[in-house]
Every structure is written in structure tokens, then in C-alpha cells.
Design a binder for this molecule. Structure first.
Ligand SMILES: [Zn+2]
Length: 88
């Protein structure tokens, strides 16, 4: 499960190599679940509404943003992303 989450995060480009240290740290603290999808402005793990500014930053996938509440690394999956299609 953890590996698949990491793989998914990599596919959407949310996790870059220099972020892996942060990822690893959060994973150890959170029983291996270090990432949370940000969807519709909400952290899908703890269901807390993110501030619009935070969500916009997550959507750009340019920097690592952690959920204020659960501390997981937030990533955004564009609507076009489909599990049945291989990553380009
Ligand atoms: Zn959260």
C-alpha cells in the first residue's frame, strides 16, 4: 500500500527526489502513510478543508506542502489523470 501511494505520487510529479527525505520522515511518523491527496480543497485523509492559498500551491505541485492537521504531504491529481492510463 505504501509503495503504491509513493508510486502514485511520483506519477503525478508531486514527489521529487529531494522531497524523499521529508516523505520518509513523515512515513515513519504516520505508520507509512505519508501522502494525502488534496481534492476539492480538502485533505482526503483527515477531511480538513485547506486554505485556498494552500490548495492552489498544492495544485501547482511545485513545492512540498504538508497538511496543517495531519502533517502528511499533500499532492494533487489532475482530473485528467486516470488509473487505467499509463503515465506519459
Ligand atoms: Zn490532512
Amino acid at each position: 500500500m505504501v509503495a503504491s501511494l509513493l508510486q502514485e505520487a511520483r506519477l503525478v510529479g508531486a514527489i521529487d527526489p529531494k522531497a524523499l527525505a521529508t516523505f520518509d520522515l513523515v512515513a515513519r511518523r504516520r505508520n507509512g502513510l505519508a501522502v494525502a491527496e488534496a481534492k476539492d480543497g480538502i485533505c482526503t485523509i483527515c477531511h480538513v478543508r485547506l486554505r485556498p492559498q494552500i490548495f492552489n500551491t498544492v495544485r501547482r505541485n511545485e513545492e512540498i506542502i504538508q497538511c496543517d492537521t495531519c502533517q502528511r504531504i499533500l499532492y494533487f491529481v489532475p482530473q485528467a489523470h486516470s488509473a487505467t492510463q499509463p503515465a506519459p
